[in-house]
Design a protein around this ligand. Structure first.
Ligand SMILES: Nc1ncnc2c1ncn2[C@@H]1O[C@H](COP(=O)(O)OP(=O)(O)OP(=O)(O)O)[C@@H](O)[C@H]1O
Ligand SMILES: [Mg+2]
Length: 234
């Protein structure tokens, strides 16, 4: 198994109005391709900050973050310029958040197609891929509905389909079921794990829910700015 993500001695300090807040400190993480990694931690412990750094959304204070495989090539995430960052995000990453961020004036199908069209995939191919993913996530029958016409769980199913459209290697999911009731959260997270398995992806998932965490291959907790390995998982 080869490495897909390598984080070394990562430090993240926020400075606002002269106050310094070190959220992540000397954090290390190695992820092998194909693994499902779950990250737990108290509110404010730095989970979203970590995912935002891997996603190239937040800068780092020290250390290094290298993402990619032999096949995709490696990106030194903390040093990418805007153009490389766009390519890294569109070719390598799939993102799912707590809030679905679907475009409200576009149907489910159009929302799923969008990242592929932006990446230059011809419309017919994008549409076929999107329809397959909507089948997989169980919302194909709702493909012509607007986000406002879908339930919370259905919107997250569409968001999962959209995250996979560009065939990303690494899926970053920040509390993707945080807005759902426990039963729905279990169903949607199960679906996400199944999709990651089916399409051979690597997953980094943040959750508060121990039951969901148990589906991971490896479970970590952010404690004092570092990752501590937890027992459990598969
Ligand atoms: N842009 C910012 N400027 C200053 N401080 C920030 C910024 N973003 C996050 N923080 C602080 O960093 C800490 C970690 O935030 P983060 O959002 O990563 O926590 P989290 O573990 O995701 O929490 P939650 O479970 O509530 O989502 C918090 O104390 C937060 O206030
Ligand atoms: Mg968070």
């Amino acid at each position: 198994m080869s490495s897909i993500l390598s984080i070394k001695n990562l430090e993240k300090t926020f400075v606002s109005t002269g106050e310094k807040l070190t959220v992540l400190s000397d954090l290390n993480l190695e992820v092998e391709e194909g693994k499902k990694i779950v990250i737990l931690g108290e509110s404010g412990s730095g989970k979203s900050t970590l995912l935002n750094i891997i996603g190239g959304i937040d800068s780092i204070t020290a250390g290094s973050v290298i993402a990619g495989t032999e096949k995709s090539g490696k990106w030194k995430v903390s040093e990418l310029r805007e153009k490389e960052l766009c390519e890294y995000r569109s070719r390598f990453l799939g993102l799912v958040f707590q809030f679905h961020y679907l475009l409200k004036d576009f149907t489910a199908l159009e929302n799923v197609c969008m990242p592929a069209l932006i990446a230059g995939v011809p419309e017919k191919i994008a549409r076929e891929k999107a329809e397959q993913l909507l089948q997989d996530t169980g919302v194909y029958e709702r493909k012509n509905h607007l986000p406002s016409e879908l339930s919370g769980g259905e919107r997250q199913r569409v968001a999962v389909a959209r995250a996979l459209i560009n065939d990303p290697s690494l899926i970053l999911a920040d509390e993707p079921t945080g807005n759902l009731d426990p039963a729905n959260a279990g169903v949607i997270s199960g679906l996400l794990f199944n999709m990651v398995e089916k399409y051979n992806k690597t997953l980094l998932l943040v959750t508060h829910d121990m039951k969901i965490a148990e589906n991971g291959d490896e479970i970590y907790r952010i404690l004092g700015g570092k990752l501590a390995k937890e027992n459990g998982g598969k």
